[in-house]
Structures are given as structure tokens and as C-alpha cells.
Design a protein around this ligand. Structure first.
Ligand code: MN
Length: 504
């Protein structure tokens, strides 16, 4: 995957000097064993590194300064093996700008009931030491994840793994660059937003290039170049390419143009260190067609994408791809396109004009060329496929003027029926808790028609991510009821109005 970094997670243990040097040595050894145990877990995508045992305000502050300034540090796991009076942590936590997870665990899994004495009790104090830590985190209004259970527990590893995936995506967004070719689709509201606010709060920059800059890049790719030959051969190897598009076919030249689009956009992104892009069918001057397969293939390589200038969804798709890296199931740009409103069960047909990522293809995609119907350009080449059945979710990031809101809907994808006349990639799903509740909830929450759609990313990862990013989260799942959801939205208006202050 393009530009995928693997930051480290620092494991930090808190204690104090009350117990003397002997117990502190034991505490440090135990903390190292816990960190090593986590580092060995195959579930955790990021490396856990034991950093230090902290016992004084200066040690804590210096560690936080080091974490902030080390580009390799993605986040911290904090654990209070013994009591660590938490006023010692105020100065350090005040300046920490990396996400942290509070692991509420204990070195010993089982209590030795027959031999337990006060020495044992004093050495294994997380039960109250972590509560003292939790108080100061709450007192300071710090967003964090709290994971509870023995450090060998697979369920604990799963919770930490979800958080690490969110850390990786958050790390990826910091300093990330997204490019927009042209502006938004005219008059569309939900794809607008405050890019200054996004950069202040979310860490990524969005800037535009006239489509002419891209046209120049595409023109640099020679029509008969070896790169185009190779890519077309690759298409024929990987996909079922329609006969007229194949080498020697009467529309092969159109496949070659699609390859030039892929190489041209790819080169533009590579040279600009961009992690994602947007385009719009309303601004294609100098391009013969809206990029279809080119965009699909670049999303497949890990780039974020949003149609019609939708930079928020492009950034979100990229973040979701990073979260899901290495897991089964892909992630794509998606749009709620049309509904099946049968009394036997309501379903959503998700698709886009062209740009659905092949990471969610079930089986071999076919490569076809058809008219687009809007935009008045030449027929775009596109990959056509079905997305598989399975648990999935849609997520949408919207700008409410004083904050960004992340809306998540868990869905059950089903195998699409035969769609012989639909020339685009598609997914069919059923919403949780049910179609009517989910759609009403989504609309009340202001969720967009564009989403990041994923089989790999979970609600837990997105909620952890939202905590790091300070995003409001609205989850629509099997437990959602409309009255509660609407009340939560009203409550959130007050909370975010007060907490955002004037820096929105
Ligand atoms: Mn769209």
C-alpha cells in the first residue's frame, strides 16, 4: 500500500518511589514482560516497544516531550503497575500530543490465594493505581481508550489492535496531502467544508490543481510507450477485458487512453506525495473522459478518492484503507445510489458513476467501455464487478460549520442479483437496525450520499479514530432507536458548541 508507515507504540509504566528500589526493579521487569507479551501478539499490527518506568514529574514530562518529537512514535500505552500519584502526570499529559491508550491490567493473572501477603498486595496495585490515573485523564478531559483485562487475554489484544489501527490512520493523516483536480460539483453542499479547519484539527492539507496540470501529466505518457503496453498487458492478465478493448480489438485505443490516465494521475500523485485525490465530471477540460478504471486502480493501490470534489470522503477513504491494511476485505469510495423497497426486505444498491475500488471485488472484474450518460465526454473504460456478501459499514464525514461529524452505519452486504445491464461495479446491502430507522437516522445526522464503505474496518476502529481526532461520532447499529439518536444529536449540539469555543 502506498506510503503505509508503521509507527511504534511506546509502552510506559507508572509507579512511585514509596516502595524502595527492590520493588521498582520488579515493577520495571514486569512492565517489560507485559510489553514483550504484547509485542509478540500476531493480532497487533504495530510494534509495542517498552520505553520506561516513570516515577517523577520530570521523568514523565521528559518522556512526553520525547514522544511528541519522535516521528516514529504513533501513540502510547499507559499502565500503572502500582500507585502513581497522578498530579505527577499533569505537566506531561498537558503537552502530550500523541494518542494514548490506558491499559487497565495486572501482571499476575490469578491471585495466589494461599500465599498472598502484603508484599504481593503492594506490588500488584493496578486495581487502584489505574483508577488514580483514570481520574486525572478524566479531570483533564483527555480523549483516550481504556482497555480492561489481563494482558494475555486475546480479547484485550483485539481491543488494542483496533486502537493501533486507528493510531496508524491518525499518524497517516498528520501532514498528509490531498489534491483536488477542479472544485466541487456545482451547487452541491455536502462536499463543501472548511479546509482550514480540517488542517487545524485533522492534520491533513487539501489543495487544488487546475485539471490542465493533470492533462499535461497525462500527455507526457507516450501513446505508444512501453509503460502503456505493459499496463494494457497487465489488464488482460488480471481482468476479463472486453474483446473490443483487447490488443488488436477495434476499441483498444480507448483502453490505452485509460492506461495513460492511470499512469498520468499516478505520476502526479507520486511526485506531489499525495495520499488521495478528487476530480469532477464538471471540470475535465483537456481530458477525453472521466477517469474510471484509472481511479479504481489507484484506489486499489491505497489512494483515497472522492468523486465530485469530495475531499472529506477522499481523506476518509484513505484513513479507512490504512486502518484495514492487512485485514481481509477491502475499502472503497461508495455512494447510496438507489433502493429496493420490496415489502420482503428493503435494500440499498451502492455504486458510483464509475469509481468503486477493486479491493471489494468478488472474483475477477471485467473491463468494459460504455457511455457515461452525463458530462458529454467520450465513453469511459471501467471495471465492473459485484461486491461480496458479509458484514460491512458505511462511514461519512460531514462539516457542520463548528465541527466535523463522523457518521457510521453498520450494514449486512448481500450478494447482488444478476444485473446484466448495469455497467458499473456495485454492492447491495441491508442496513442495521433496519432500513427505515437507519436511513432516517442517517438523514437526521446529516450523513452524505458519499461514504467510505469497508468490510475490514470496524465501528470500534472508527470510534477510536474519532476519539483521537476529536470528531463527533454518530453510530447507527443494531441497537439504534430514533428517539435516543435524535436526543443525542441535540445533546451534542450543546456539547460541541461549548467545547469548540472560537477555534472551530
Ligand atoms: Mn457522487
Amino acid at each position: 500500500m502506498k506510503f503505509l508507515a508503521s509507527p511504534e507504540i511506546w509502552f510506559v509504566c507508572g509507579s512511585q518511589h514509596l516502595y524502595g528500589p527492590g520493588p521498582l526493579k520488579q515493577v520495571a521487569a514486569n512492565a517489560q514482560a507485559v510489553a514483550a507479551g504484547l509485542a509478540k501478539s500476531k493480532k497487533l499490527p504495530l510494534k509495542v516497544v517498552y520505553k520506561s518506568l516513570l516515577t517523577t514529574p520530570d521523568e514523565i514530562t521528559n518522556l512526553m516531550i520525547a514522544a511528541n518529537s519522535d516521528a516514529k512514535c504513533g501513540g502510547l500505552i499507559l499502565w500503572m503497575h502500582t500507585f502513581s500519584p497522578s498530579k505527577m502526570w499533569i505537566r506531561g499529559l498537558n503537552i502530550l500530543n500523541k494518542p494514548f491508550l490506558h491499559l487497565h491490567t495486572q501482571f499476575n493473572r490469578d491471585l495466589p490465594w494461599g500465599t498472598i501477603d502484603m508484599d504481593f498486595m503492594n506490588l500488584n496495585q493496578a486495581a487502584h493505581g489505574d483508577r488514580e490515573a483514570g481520574f486525572i485523564h478524566t479531570r483533564m478531559r483527555l480523549g483516550r481508550k481504556v482497555v480492561v483485562g489481563h494482558w494475555s487475554d486475546p480479547e484485550v489484544h483485539a481491543r488494542i489492535a483496533a486502537w493501533q489501527r486507528a493510531v496508524r490512520a491518525w499518524h497517516d493523516w498528520q501532514g498528509a496531502r490531498f489534491v483536488r483536480f477542479g472544485d466541487n460539483m456545482r451547487q452541491v453542499a455536502v462536499t463543501e467544508g472548511d479546509k482550514v479547519s480540517a488542517e487545524m484539527k485533522l492534520g491533513f492539507a487539501v489543495n487544488t490543481h487546475g485539471v490542465g496540470d493533470l492533462v499535461a501529466k497525462v500527455s507526457d505518457i507516450g501513446i505508444d510507450s512501453q509503460a502503456v503496453n505493459q499496463l494494457c498487458a497487465e489488464y488482460e492478465e488480471l481482468y476479463t477485458v472486453a474483446k473490443p478493448l483487447r490488443k488488436g480489438g477495434k476499441r483498444h485505443e480507448e483502453l490505452r487512453y485509460s492506461a495513460r490516465l492511470e499512469l498520468g494521475i499516478g505520476a502526479f500523485l507520486e511526485e506531489g506525495d499525495y495520499k488521495g485525490f478528487t476530480d469532477t465530471f464538471e471540470d475535465l477540460h483537456g481530458l477525453r473522459q472521466l477517469p474510471g478504471m484509472a481511479t479504481q486502480r489507484l484506489m486499489g493501490a491505497g489512494y483515497g478518492f472522492g468523486g465530485e470534489g469530495d475531499w472529506k470522503t477522499s481523506a476518509l477513504v484513505r484513513a479507512m484503507k490504512v486502518m484495514g491494511a492487512g485485514l481481509p476485505g477491502g475499502t472503497s469510495f461508495m455512494e447510496d445510489y438507489t433502493y429496493h423497497l420490496s415489502p420482503k426486505g428493503h435494500q440499498v444498491l451502492g455504486a458510483h458513476m464509475l469509481e468503486i475500488c477493486p479491493s471489494i471485488a468478488r472474483g475477477k472484474a471485467s473491463v468494459e467501455v460504455h457511455p457515461l450518460g452525463i458530462g458529454g465526454k467520450e465513453d469511459p473504460v471501467r471495471m465492473v464487478f459485484d461486491a461480496p456478501a458479509g458484514q460491512a459499514l458505511n462511514a461519512s464525514l460531514v462539516d457542520l460549520g463548528n465541527r466535523f461529524r463522523l457518521i457510521i452505519n453498520e450494514v449486512k452486504a448481500v450478494n447482488p442479483p444478476k444485473l446484466p445491464k448495469l455497467p458499473v461495479a456495485r454492492a447491495v446491502w441491508e442496513c442495521k437496525p433496519d432500513f427505515k430507522t437507519a436511513c432516517a437516522a442517517w438523514i437526521h445526522a446529516g450523513g452524505a450520499h458519499h461514504t467510505g464503505y469497508s468490510y475490514a474496518v470496524t465501528t470500534e476502529m472508527l470510534e477510536d479514530f474519532a476519539t483521537m481526532a476529536g470528531l463527533e461520532t454518530v453510530v447507527i447499529d443494531a441497537t439504534t432507536t430514533l428517539p435516543t439518536l435524535k436526543q443525542n444529536l441535540r445533546n451534542n449540539e450543546v456539547y460541541y458548541h461549548l467545547s469548540g469555543g472560537f477555534r472551530a
